[in-house]
Each structure stands twice: as C-alpha cells, then as structure tokens.
Design a protein around this ligand. Structure first.
Ligand SMILES: *[C@@H]1O[C@H](CO)[C@@H](O)[C@H](O)[C@H]1NC(C)=O
Ligand SMILES: *[C@@H]1O[C@H](CO)[C@@H](O)[C@H](O)[C@H]1NC(C)=O
Ligand SMILES: *[C@@H]1O[C@H](CO)[C@@H](O)[C@H](O)[C@H]1NC(C)=O
Ligand SMILES: *[C@@H]1O[C@H](CO)[C@@H](O)[C@H](O)[C@H]1NC(C)=O
Length: 478
C-alpha cells in the first residue's frame, strides 16, 4: 500500500505545516491524503463492537460477604456480559496466606463463566518510584498468559483517576507520563495485543480542592504542566485532563470515572437531574452549571480512532439515609439517563463501553462523614428487572459475549491454578482486590457493611487444600 493507515493521523495534521514544495507534490499526495482521511473516519479501536453497538461491563465484588462472580452476574442479567473488570496493585504484593491479601486478581472467575468475555485489568501503582521495569515485564507476562493460553482480550487501565491525591500516585503529571511511557513500552513489547486504557476522573469539581497547599508543594515542572491556562495558579479554568494525556500513540481507548452521588448533597437520596451524564461529559457541571473540561468533544469526537468508555460508573444509594427516594427510583434514574438511554447512545456514538461499578462500600462524604454507599444495580430486584427490560428494548444496540467451554482444569471452585487445553500450567488469579483505600493498606479488601475488614477465608481454604505444589507454581509464575 503506498499510503498506509498508520500515516492517517499525520496526514490529518499535515496541511497546516506543509511547505509549498510538498503541496506541489501533486495529485498522488492529494489522493493519498483523501484516502487516509477515509481510513481515519472509519478506523476502529481494538475490540470495539461494530456499527452503533456498545458493551456493558461489570466491575464486581468477589470478596466476602458479597462473593459476586461473572457467572452470577450473567445469570442475573440473562445475558453474557462482554467485559469484566478486576484490579491489582503494582508492584504486585505477594499473596499472604494469613490474610488472603495480595497476589494477582482472580481471573479464574472469568474463566469459570464459560464465555469469551474480555478481561479488564485495572492496575494501581503503590507509587511510581516503587515500580521497576521487571514489574512491568511481569505484568506483561500475566496479560500475555490470558491472551495466549486463555484466548482472552485484555484491557489494561493503568493508574486511573491520576489527577487526584486520593490515589497514592495521583496529582503528579510528570511522574504519571514517565511511568505510563515505561509501562506502555514494556507491556506492549511483551504482550502487543494489550488494549491500553487511559482513564482520568470526572472533571466535576476539578481541581478537587488541591489548588492550595497541595499545588504549592509540587515541583515547578508539575506546576507548569497543571497550569494549562498559564495564569500562575491551578484553578477550575485549567484543563482537567491534558496534563496527563500521554499522546495518541500511547493510548487505545479513553475512559472516564463518572458517578452520581447526589445533588445537591452527597449524603441524601435525591433523583439526578435529567441529562446529568450528558452534561458532565460535554463540559457543564450539572450541580452548578459551571464550565468543566469537555471530555467527549476533546477525547472522543475529536479522536475518532480511539474508542471511549465509562471506565467505572454508577449511582450511589446512601444506605444509611433512607429518608429520600428509594434505591430503585434513584438507580433507575441513573440507568435511564446514562446507560440504557437512546439519547445517550445516539448523541455519543463514540462511547462503546459502559462499565458498571457493582459495589457496596463506605466512602468519605464531602462533609467529612463516613457514608455507606450501594452502587449495585443487580441487587435490587426492581432495578434489575427494569434494566433487563430496557436492555431488551434497545437490544440491537448492545453486544454480548459468546458462550464457550471453560479451560479443562477449571472445575473446582477456587482452584488457584489451571491447566490449559495444551496441558501447560497457566497463571490463575487467587484473590480479590478492590479499589485501594489508604485506610486499609496493606489489605486490599476494604470494609464491609459490619465495619470489619474483609478476608478471603473461603478462597484461602480452597487454596490451602489445593496444595503446596499448585500454589508454589502460581507464586513462581507471578
Ligand atoms: C501476612 O499478614 C499478616 C497479618 O497482617 C502478617 O503478620 C504477616 O507477616 C504477613 N505475611 C507475610 C509473608 O507477609
Ligand atoms: C478465541 O476466541 C475467539 C472469540 O471467541 C474465537 O473466535 C476464536 O476461535 C478463539 N480461538 C481459539 C484458538 O480458540
Ligand atoms: C443483595 O446482596 C446481599 C448481600 O449484600 C444478598 O444477601 C442478597 O441476597 C442480595 N439480593 C439480591 C436480590 O440479589
Ligand atoms: C450504615 O449502614 C450499614 C449497612 O446498613 C450499617 O451496618 C452501619 O452500621 C451503618 N452505619 C451508621 C453509622 O449508621
């Protein structure tokens, strides 16, 4: 091919800088550019569903006391979810046989679902400085194992919500860009088919109160990157995303964390305003109509070769504040406005994946209180039934996973290691992780509704029963 697809983005920006001589190069170049633009317009990101179809994903809580699994979710939904999210840390803490903490995410639960769903792996750095090249190589090998031995598509969401200091690695664009580049280079070299997801936090409320002492404490290089409008300070006029964007060459999909936690109060159960999600992603904060960075235009519409996603999303029902609307009303409002919405699907065709955060967890409210929040949509029968009905009414718009036989050795629940059909041992995930919370470090289990720390006792028991050899194999390959 005289002009390949890989020249398309260069071709798109070339006219502004072309010299007279280049312009004189003639009809061949013009034809080539025209062809390249056609290629650009029809380009698809890897694993993007065809046409106007989109995917639903689930990030579920497999830890005690929830024990959610892909199989249970598929069963409740009556459809095979095409993407399941898991998370783990880097550097990967070794599995602790006493607490059940650490180790790789429990990918085996996806195998057991007996579908060809993709693995969506979220990786939380403890700190960028702590990560060595070997850590990235090991991550690449773990992913390659899913791809080659288990025939899985793998999304990798590295260091998400990087603008916020609630992440141990957050609010450090210089460190983020360096680390992302190393991660991308090393992981893609080991596992080239990995789909790289760059996913910042919602622009609502940016810079999240960090504009004062935290900004002052940053290096001059970080300050310069963050002050995108060059007015000498960090403020709501600065771009919430661009300081952290590694570049089109280093990203496959673009995500966003987007939630409804209550307007005007994040500890009350109120219905969200109509058009809540559309407003957030097109540059207006629906809580006060202030201008925020436009995610959809800048990162989806203007980057047609990238696919976009809600990388984690949901509506929080405030379990301990039952005076407002019901959980069913609150979450149906979210789903009808943000997910199973003909308007959303038609107006934002580049959003190709909606990832539901299927968790119940304690969070810090804006008033400083602890607030217990239930994001789960399959746990309330009314919400679930209506969600299923709404999906059915838009059935040609949603793409589902296909059923297929699981690998031969995943027969006993909780088995830590598995053997693929070729007879070789594959890396299997052992234990559950959830979003890391500083208060629970080093355990990744967080707190349950009764306030006690979670532990994977059940899974741990099975692991011990599975024996030293299997466990040793897993630890060694990790
Ligand atoms: C596992 O966790 C327990 C409890 O926190 C701790 O005492 C122990 O040292 C850990 N084991 C390893 C090998 O790190
Ligand atoms: C891998 O999975 C894809 C998607 O389900 C399927 O089309 C393909 O046949 C599988 N390949 C092998 C070698 O099983
Ligand atoms: C909701 O989750 C709880 C555990 O948190 C479980 O006991 C209950 O059966 C679930 N309800 C439904 C309808 O799935
Ligand atoms: C919040 O709700 C959870 C679950 O219903 C309950 O266990 C917990 O005690 C409540 N906390 C407060 C402070 O009321």
């Amino acid at each position: 091919m005289p002009c390949t697809a890989s020249t398309s983005s260069a071709a798109a920006s070339r006219p502004r800088t072309r010299t007279r001589r280049a312009r004189l190069a003639g009809a061949a170049v013009a034809a080539c550019v025209a062809l390249a633009s056609v290629t650009l317009a029809s380009a698809q990101a890897p694993y993007e569903p065809p046409g106007d179809q989109v995917m639903i994903g689930f990030w579920y809580d497999s830890a005690d006391p929830y024990y959610d699994t892909p199989s249970i979710i598929n069963q409740k939904l009556g459809n095979n979810v095409p993407v399941f999210q898991l998370s783990q840390q880097i550097p990967l803490p070794p599995f602790n046989y006493t607490t059940g903490a650490g180790g790789a995410a429990p990918e085996s639960l996806i195998e057991r679902s007996a579908t060809d769903a993709a693995v969506f792996l979220t990786i939380y750095p403890t700190s960028f400085e702590a990560i060595t090249d070997d850590d990235f190589t090991e991550l690449g090998k773990q992913i390659l194992d899913y791809q080659d031995n288990l025939n899985r598509t793998v999304f990798l969401r590295y260091a998400p919500e990087m603008q916020g200091s609630w992440m141990t690695y957050g609010f450090d664009p210089v460190g983020f860009l360096q680390s992302w580049t190393s991660m991308y280079t090393i992981v893609k070299a080991v596992a080239p088919k990995t789909i790289m997801v760059w996913a910042p936090n919602t622009p609502q409320g940016y810079p999240y109160g960090q504009q004062y002492t935290q900004y002052s404490a940053l290096s001059a290089a970080n300050q310069a990157l963050l002050d995108t409008n060059g007015n000498g300070e960090l403020d709501a006029g600065d771009d919430a995303f661009s300081p952290y964007y590694p570049g089109d060459d280093l990203v496959d999909w673009i995500g966003l964390s987007i939630y409804y936690k209550g307007v005007p109060s994040d500890v009350q159960n109120t219905l969200q305003p109509d058009g809540y999600c559309a407003s957030i992603i097109t540059g207006t904060d629906p809580s006060d109509n202030s201008v925020i960075t436009n995610w959809y235009t800048n990162y989806c519409a203007n980057k047609p070769e990238k696919a976009c996603m809600f990388a984690e999303a949901g509506a929080a029902y405030h379990t301990n504040h039952t005076d407002g609307v019901s959980q069913a009303a609150l979450q149906q409002a979210w789903l009808k406005d943000c997910v199973t919405s003909q308007t959303m699907l038609d107006r934002f065709p580049r959003i190709k994946l909606y990832m539901q955060f299927e968790y119940e967890k304690e969070e810090d409210a804006n008033n400083g209180d602890k607030d217990f929040r239930d994001y789960r949509i399959l746990n309330v029968t009314d919400v679930r039934d209506e969600f299923i009905a709404d999906l059915a009414s838009l059935s040609d718009r949603f793409s589902w996973a296909q059923s297929r036989a699981p690998p031969t050795s995943i027969s006993s629940a909780g088995a830590p290691a598995a053997t693929n059909s070729a007879g070789s041992s594959v890396i299997q995930a052992i234990t559950a992780t959830t979003r890391p919370r500083p208060t629970t470090f080093p355990s990744l289990f967080g707190y349950t509704s009764d306030g006690t720390q979670r532990a994977e006792w059940a899974e741990l028991g099975v692991m011990v029963a599975a024996g030293v050899v299997g466990a040793w194999t897993v630890m060694k390959t990790l």
